[in-house]
Design a protein around this ligand. Structure first.
Ligand code: NAI
Ligand code: MG
Length: 335
């Protein structure tokens, strides 16, 4: 277990540098020694390189195969293309996976939420194909390919099978978008036939949103195209304590980028009060991906233990602890 591990670190901006630093402290304290290759992406590097994701960033991730990433701010309505979307498309990180679990230490309206959001990460309305047809008329193209639909559906079913889950639910709006969501649904149904051990069902997105806030315990693996997956991820985070606690990973064939669901939270950036749980749990997933299962579970257990103590909770969870106090509490509970 002493072989040296290496990974890329993208601190990001806003609360990114604070929360990723906290995660690095926890990983280190858990005895997992990783040589971090620190690279910058986002607004700061656009002026220098003309892109928010310079080739050096992509090459670092390609070389190491894994990265921990802080959130990156994206200008609204104008300016450079999202660094996040660029990264996911450039590295073909086609599966965005977000485990959403109730934590005993966090009081919410629900108990026993334990679901996984599996979001297609490369196409749909995030293909970036928008143009002005005439003054006052704009088109945005939703691109859906059979290959991408089959691949994300297969990912969801494999994940279900490998993690002992029972049901995959495809979320769609194929009643309206009969061709694009229709293709997504048709592919999901086709893949389902290869996984007879896993139940498969389908739900229209608006009904899904309602069912999620009424009875989230009934859901297991949710399979969604890009935009629906983005929106439903934040909704699901709200079920278990908010954006501060839900981890995520962007998975491709050769690379995996681990990051929280949340963004750069400019409203609280630089004040040392952000909740680093989501990034710490993302780093635990990274550690597991690198084959250090025991250390990953230790980090997750330490997070759960810290959250059970009201004195350790950060403000977003109704507590008063700052980021450093909470991170120290997690480290102190590493068994
Ligand atoms: P956001 O997720 O940054 O913040 C939404 C709300 O949740 C804010 O009130 C914020 O303070 C709170 N929050 C988020 N993370 C938190 C944490 N760890 N601890 C405590 N409170 C937390 O979403 P918003 O404001 O819509 O987006 C801000 C920027 O982040 C935008 O530029 C957006 O494009 C970018 N973004 C980047 C993502 C990424 O890099 N993967 C993902 C989502 C948004
Ligand atoms: Mg999002």
């Amino acid at each position: 277990m002493s072989s040296k591990l290496a990974a890329t670190l993208i601190p990001g901006d806003g609360i990114g540098p604070e929360v990723t630093e906290a995660a690095l402290r926890v990983v280190d304290a858990a005895g997992v020694e990783i040589a971090w290759d620190r690279v910058e992406a986002g607004a700061e590097v656009v002026a220098k390189f003309g892109t928010p994701v310079p080739e050096a960033v992509l090459n670092s991730i390609r070389a190491h195969g894994v990265a921990l990433k802080g959130p990156i701010t994206t200008p609204v309505g104008e300016g450079f293309r999202s660094a996040n979307v660029t990264l996911r498309q450039a590295l073909d990180l086609y599966a965005c996976v977000r485990p959403v679990r109730s934590q005993p230490g966090i009081q919410t309206r629900y108990e026993g939420v334990d679901l996984v959001v599996v979001r297609e990460n490369t196409e749909g309305l995030y293909s970036g194909l928008e143009h002005r047809v005439a003054p006052g008329v704009v088109e945005s193209l939703k691109v859906v390919t059979e290959a991408a639909c089959l691949r994300i559906a297969r990912y969801a079913f494999e994940l279900a099978r490998n993690t002992g889950r029972r049901t995959v639910t495809a979320v769609h709006k194929a009643n309206i978008m009969k061709m694009s969501d229709g293709l997504f649904l048709e592919c999901a149904g086709r893949v389902a036939r290869d996984y007879r051990d896993i139940e498969y069902d389908e739900i229209i997105i608006d009904n899904c949103a309602m069912q999620l806030v009424r009875n989230p315990e009934r859901f297991d693996v949710l399979l969604l195209e890009n935009l629906y997956g983005d929106i439903i991820s934040d909704l699901c985070a709200g079920l278990v304590g908010g954006l501060g606690v839900v981890p995520g990973m962007n998975m491709g064939e050769g690379c995996a980028v681990f990051e929280a669901v949340h963004g750069s939270a400019p409203d609280i950036a630089g004040r040392g009060i952000a909740n680093p749980t989501a990034v710490i749990l993302s780093s635990a997933e990274l550690v597991r991906h690198l084959g250090r299962d025991t250390a990953a579970s230790r980090i997750e257990d330490a997070v759960s233990a810290a959250l059970r103590d009201p004195a350790c909770r950060t403000r977003d969870l109704g507590g008063e602890a700052d980021l450093a106090t909470y991170t120290d509490a997690v480290i102190a509970r590493l068994g």
